[in-house]
Design a protein around this ligand. Structure first.
Ligand code: GLN
Length: 451
């Protein structure tokens, strides 16, 4: 199986993989064969997986899509990687992503953009563009990804595959290169909800090395896959179907909702009134945390160091000027600004208050429904290069995913047909399913019944 996928990866021109090491992979595959022969296997033993290059992996380069970590080889495994290794999964390689997971199109990667396998002139979405494209092109049956403001759900949607962002704290952040720590959450991308459930079973769990990991009993996320949806109440947020949503995406999402009605669910009108505020709120909080997290890349401890400096300050300055890309620098500047004396109360504190109100919106809504559904993104994948020089246009595309992240809720994306885009091309549409805290098994059930 690993040999088959390695051959496909070699033949692919999507730029989804940043590093492959056949010898390492085949060594792990041989060990998996032995485990299977001795009966000491799990359901995932011998199944190949690829990791977003945000998860550090022992013996592999772990770059976070940045020049800053271009030659960085981690001496340890992220907890997520360790969990999959223990289950006997075989690492196929490391997947391309936006630099430090900042982006919605994968065009912010130092190693170049990933192409969308459905249409190679389109973006795959981001930041986990490599993770989603690799699943869509069948370069791997499973991948890991991270979602800070939509980076599992949006690329899954734009590439026509399935991804789930669990409740904040379910999946360990240990060894996941930090972007915005109060939002970052790992999760799987795969072909189906069933596959995602099997992967989440191995991926999730309490980890004392992550200070915000949640102590919750181990559960089987696949346990409810076959439960009937008769009587399920699906909340449809008015704000997710207003201006800005393109007609082709709306059509595909509404058609999926009709299918849910056929499966016995009822649609309930709900409101998430603070949706609009999620963009300014997120783009204050995430950069603030990023500016703090990224201060560790100073040219001293690890990673890139610039040549030709005169003293320590000059070394810091040159290293960070040359090591970070434009979007990362932009966020460090914004973050340092909103945290600075005199502006902290006006921006950062205010954003934290709105974040609480956004979370309350969802709790009000869940009094009326079991899950919430809507589009993942306002449009299908846009053309590579189209918004590359327009950060605000990229930020606006996150409108339907940011609130879930700010509230720490679980959310997923499943494929629900195709739109045309401006070019009349066939590009996938994703249906978003949002649940209350710890409702992952319910989300996977709801997704599986449709698939
Ligand atoms: N597009 C959002 C951003 O650029 C979300 C990224 C993410 O979830 N990692 O920050």
């Amino acid at each position: 199986l690993s040999e088959l996928f390695l051959a496909r990866i070699k033949a692919s021109d999507l730029n989804a993989f940043l590093h492959v090491d056949e010898a390492l992979t085949l060594q792990q595959a041989a060990a998996a064969d032995q485990r299977i022969a001795s009966g000491d296997n799990t359901v995932l033993t011998g199944v190949p997986i690829a990791h977003k290059d945000i998860f550090v992996t022992r013996g592999w380069r772990s770059t976070a899509g940045s020049k800053m970590l271009e030659n960085y080889v981690s001496p340890f495994d992220a907890t997520v990687v360790q969990n999959f290794n223990q289950a006997g999964m075989v690492t196929l390689g490391k997947l391309n992503c936006d630099e430090f997971a900042m982006g919605s199109s994968n065009e912010n990667s130092y190693f170049g953009a990933v192409k969308n396998p459905w249409d190679k002139t389109a973006i795959p979405g981001g930041s986990s563009g490599g993770s989603a494209a690799a699943i869509a092109a069948r370069l791997t049956p499973a991948s890991t990804a991270t979602d800070t403001g939509g980076s599992i759900r949006q690329p899954a949607a734009l590439c026509g595959v399935t991804g789930i962002k669990p409740t904040y704290g379910r999946v360990s952040r240990f060894g996941m290169i930090a972007f915005a720590s109060s939002l970052d959450q790992g999760g799987p991308i795969a072909k189906t909800a069933e596959d995602c459930g099997l992967l989440l079973n191995a991926m999730a769990g309490f980890d004392e090395r992550d200070s915000t990991s949640i102590e919750h009993d181990k559960e089987d996320y696949t346990r409810d896959l076959n439960v009937s949806l008769q009587g399920l109440k699906i909340g449809i947020p008015r704000e997710y179907f207003g201006a800005g949503l393109s007609a082709d995406v709306e059509q595909a999402v509404r058609a999926a909702l009709k299918e849910y009605e056929k499966l016995g669910a009822t649609l309930v009108d709900i409101s998430l009134p603070k949706t609009e505020l999620s963009i300014p709120t997120y783009y204050v909080i995430a950069p603030a945390e990023a500016s703090s997290n990224l201060s560790r890349f100073d040219g001293v401890r690890y990673g890139f160091r610039a040549d030709g400096y005169t003293d320590l300050s000059d070394m810091y300055r040159k290293t960070r000027a040359q090591g970070f890309g434009d979007e990362v620098k932009r966020r460090i500047l914004v973050g340092a600004y909103v945290l600075s004396h005199g502006y902290y109360d006006a921006y950062y504190l205010q954003a934290q208050k709105i974040r609480r109100l956004i979370a309350q919106d969802f709790q009000e809504a869940f009094k009326k429904c079991d899950v919430i559904m809507g589009p993942v993104a306002p449009t299908v994948a846009w053309d590579l290069g189209d918004k590359a020089d327009d950060p605000i246009a990229n930020y606006l595309a996150d409108i339907f995913t940011l609130s879930t992240s700010l509230a720490g809720l679980p959310g997923m994306s499943i494929p629900c047909g195709f739109g045309q885009g401006e070019k009349n091309a066939k590009r996938p549409v994703g249906l978003q399913i949002i649940g209350n805290y710890f409702a992952e098994a319910k989300l996977l059930n709801v997704a599986h019944q449709y698939q």
